[in-house]
Design a protein around this ligand. Structure first.
Ligand code: COA
Length: 154
């Protein structure tokens, strides 16, 4: 039903989707430039996106994952995360990481269902790095929860 592939060079990034996951356009532009952008197509329409960046030779991070609102809740997000894991393995990464807010209940469920485990907490990350307060599920987004998945044994 959907096809996930690298964003072609002649296409602009789906900024509307990327901003669903990260309200800072400045930050999105920065990691889109240095990372690899993959998109989920349904026919000609882009219905999902993720960005994979290298943190080091051994570690990659999913910097952003987002699904078009009308396509949410039917498994596209999970397909994108599993695709990112597969890309990271192919690239020879040892670990894949992802960060999310303490208020992002749905995202925490999704990432753990894909095999990620909590690794650390970046306290006050969203207070320090975002100008406007962020609320989700009636909870203020203050701390970044870091999750990781080991892809290869040492
Ligand atoms: N409790 C338990 N499980 C939940 C849940 C909840 N509250 N909400 C969702 N899930 C589960 C689903 O049941 C599904 O699991 P399953 O495959 O075992 O049934 C899994 O999460 C994935 O759901 P899926 O339909 O693939 O998610 P999605 O296509 O809606 O995509 C997002 C998820 C987060 C990418 C999407 O909602 C989105 O774009 N949100 C806005 C942007 C965003 O917040 N990005 C992440 C920034 S950290």
């Amino acid at each position: 039903m959907i096809k996930i592939q690298p964003l072609s060079r002649d296409q602009s990034v789906p900024m509307d989707l990327l901003l669903l996951a990260d309200p800072s356009k400045e930050k999105v532009l920065a990691y889109v430039q240095s990372g690899s952008c993959f998109v989920a197509y349904h026919e000609q329409d882009i219905v999902g996106v993720y960005v994979l960046s290298s943190l080091s030779q051994r570690t990659v991070e999913i910097m952003n994952v987002a699904v078009k609102k009308s396509w949410q809740g039917i498994g596209v997000g999970k397909q994108l995360i599993l695709h990112a894991i597969s890309e990271a393995k192919t690239a020879g990464a040892h670990t894949i990481e992802i960060g999310t807010g303490n208020s992002s209940i749905h995202q925490l469920a999704l990432y753990q269902k894909c095999g990620f485990r909590l690794s650390s907490i970046d306290h006050d990350f969203f207070l320090q790095h975002y100008d406007e307060p962020i609320f989700e599920n009636g909870i203020q987004c203050i701390d970044m929860l870091r999750l990781s998945l080991v892809l290869q044994a040492d």
